[in-house]
Design a protein around this ligand. Structure first.
Ligand code: UT7
Length: 334
């Protein structure tokens, strides 16, 4: 039997706190009209004090385990992906593991906004070897803790939240190959590392009074260049993934891209040849939640009845690094 990894559970956790464009207008040199026209975002969620990457991630993970009709003891691997970790050490997965009461191995996969698709590929590959039956993948972020509130080019974009999926062992033996991950593509161009970064707090530039005074612990971004590269890599990686599977854009039932900017999503969908009515977006309500955006979007798409058994779903992540990864899967339980 050829083993595939199918998504059998999904869930999300979003803080109740909201920051609308009107809130931002009142404290930054920006306007609701500019933000909506250039990004498509109208509001984003913000974690309250005490709400953290691990607590949001555990809540999303718990929802996904329940949706899969499993219990925590059924999970045999946890993979967490985040660019806003609970602490510098240990990995956020340790905290999520503890909160969920898991008894399996756990580790973090880091690829910033491409983290979810990177983690999904990692989990699917491990399920496909037969090593694990149920892998929980959690994408969780609290960007409000690393975004400079006075930087209008980033403060308008990012939001907090978490999403999770359970990947379960499935069989690829069937008329359409059965549900699960079919093909993927992943890549990185490390020469673009400085385009989107938190410069200090690591080995290269350890925390000091100077780094704090210079604001080097905030995230900074060259938005225009990230934008250009994002469209290019979503399109190239999407095409490569479809080609690997021997399929074309006309086969895709739902395209769920990383939610960064409506103009990126629309440009990429157009160039890929996927119509916008088959492209999912909830950007206007949550902004860019980085590694959490795709599992939050998948959860909403499932809840809205936009995913049916047998549907072909294309997931596309891209982010700092620069990193990108695309996954093609067939929706449905084994
Ligand atoms: O998750 C992956 C990581 N991130 C991304 O995917 C983000 C990719 N980049 C973007 O989404 C866009 O580049 C931004 C939304 C960040 C910016 O949009 P843009 O259309 O690239 O604007 P721009 O940077 O070219 O700026 C255009 C103008 C500038 O003024 P001048 O030089 O024309 O006078 C900016 O200073 O808009 C100004 N501007 C703003 N004005 C009002 C920049 N930010 C704002 C703002 N409100 N918030």
């Amino acid at each position: 039997m050829t083993i595939r990894a199918a998504i059998t559970g999904w869930g999300s956790s979003l803080p109740v706190g909201r920051v609308t464009n009107a809130d931002l207008e009142s404290r930054l040199d920006t306007t609701d009209a500019w933000i909506v026209e250039r990004t498509g975002i109208r509001e984003r969620r913000v974690a309250a004090q005490g709400e953290t990457t691990a607590s949001l991630g555990a809540a999303a993970g718990n929802a996904a385990i329940k949706q899969a009709a499993l219990s925590p003891s059924d999970i045999d691997l946890l993979i967490v992906t985040t660019a806003t970790p609970e602490q510098p050490m240990p990995e956020t997965s340790a905290f999520v593991h503890d909160e969920l009461g898991l008894r399996c191995g756990a580790f973090d996969v880091g690829a910033v906004c491409a983290g979810f698709t990177y983690a999904l590929i990692t989990g699917a590959a491990l399920v496909s070897t037969g090593a694990h039956d149920h892998v929980l993948i959690v994408g969780s972020e609290t960007y409000s803790r690393i975004v400079d509130p006075s930087d209008r080019s980033t403060a308008i974009l990012f939001g907090d939240g978490a999403g999770a999926v359970v990947l379960s062992r499935s069989s690829a033996d069937g008329p359409d190959g059965g549900p699960g991950v079919i093909a993927w593509d992943m890549g990185c161009d490390g020469s673009g590392a400085a385009l989107l970064e938190v410069p200090a707090g690591g080995s290269r530039l350890p925390t000091s009074a100077e780094t704090l005074a210079a604001g080097k612990h905030w995230m900074r971004m060259d938005g225009q260049e990230v934008f250009r590269r994002a469209v290019r890599c979503v399109v190239d990686s999407g095409k490569a993934t479809l080609e690997n599977a021997g399929m074309g854009p006309e086969d895709v039932d739902l395209f769920v891209p990383h939610q960064a900017n409506t103009r990126i999503i629309e440009a990429a969908a157009n160039r890929l040849g996927i119509p916008l009515d088959k492209t999912f977006s909830n950007l206007e309500r949550y902004g860019n939640t980085s590694a959490a955006s795709i599992p939050i979007a998948l959860t909403e798409a499932a809840e809205e009845g936009r995913l049916h058994d047998g549907d072909l779903v294309l997931l596309s992540g891209f982010g700092a690094g620069m990193t990108w990864a695309t996954v093609l899967l067939r929706w449905g339980a084994p």
